[in-house]
Design a protein around this ligand. Sequence first.
Ligand code: CTP
Ligand code: MG
Length: 233
Amino acid sequence: MHEPVEPVVAVVVAAGSGTRLGGETPKALRVVAGRSLVARSVDQLAAGGCTAAVVVVAAGTEDAFAAALADAPIPCLLTLGGAERQDSVRHGLDAVRAEPALAGCRVVLVHDAARAFVPADVVTRVIDAVRGGSVAVVPVVPVVDTVRALAGATSAVVDRSALRAVQTPQGFDLATLAAAHARLAADGVVVTDDAAACEHAGHPVTLVAGSRRSLKVTEPLDLVFAEALARQA
Ligand code: CTP
Ligand code: MG
C-alpha cells in the first residue's frame, strides 16, 4: 500500500510593484512565451512536488491573477500582500493557517513569483531536505563574478569561493517559519529572505544546490533571458 502523499504548500509572493522592470502590468502577470510568470512559477512548484499554493497579490489585481491561474495544475488560493516582501510572506502564512485544507501542512515553501523558471528538481531537493528534518532550507549557487567589498574610499576583492547567491523556493517547517515571521514583526527587524527570518529566531539554515536557470526576473534585460529559457524548456 502507498503512503498518502504529505501535502506541501507553496506561498508564492507576487504583490511587489515591479519598479525595476517597469511597465503597466504587475511583474508576475507579465507573459513570457505565452504564459505568465506566476503561472510558470506554480507549474514548476507543482512539478517539483507542491500540492497547493497560496499566491500573495496586490489589492485590485485579484481578478487578473485568478484568470492567470485558472489552469494551474494545483489549487491556488489568493490573498493580499503588504508593504514589504516579508509582510507579504507573513500574510501568505496567515492564509495557509486560516485555510482548513492547508493548516495541517508541515512543509511550506516560499517562492518569488518572479523566479518563474526554477527547475522542478530544485523544488524537490528543497522539499526533501525539510522532510529530512531541516527547518530552513535555501537553494544557492556559486557566485560567478569577482566581487569587491567597499570600505570607505577603498575596496577589496572578497574571496568568492566562500560566497553563495541565494534563490527561492526556500523550504521550512510551517510552525517554525510562522513563529519566526511573528518575531520579526514584533522586533521591527527587516530581512531580505525567509531563511534570514529563521536565523533571527536562532534556527540553523541548510543549503542545497540551486540552479543558474532559476533567474529572478528583475530588470528588462532579464526578460530576454526568460524568453530564451521558456523556449528551451
Ligand atoms: N513582493 C511581494 N510584496 C512586496 C514586495 C515584493 O509579494 N511588498 C514579491 C514580488 O512580487 C516578487 C518577490 O517578492 O515576486 C521578489 O521581489 P522583487 O523581485 O524585488 O519584486 P518587486 O518588489 O515587485 O520589484 P521591485 O523591487 O523592482 O519593485
Ligand atoms: Mg522588490
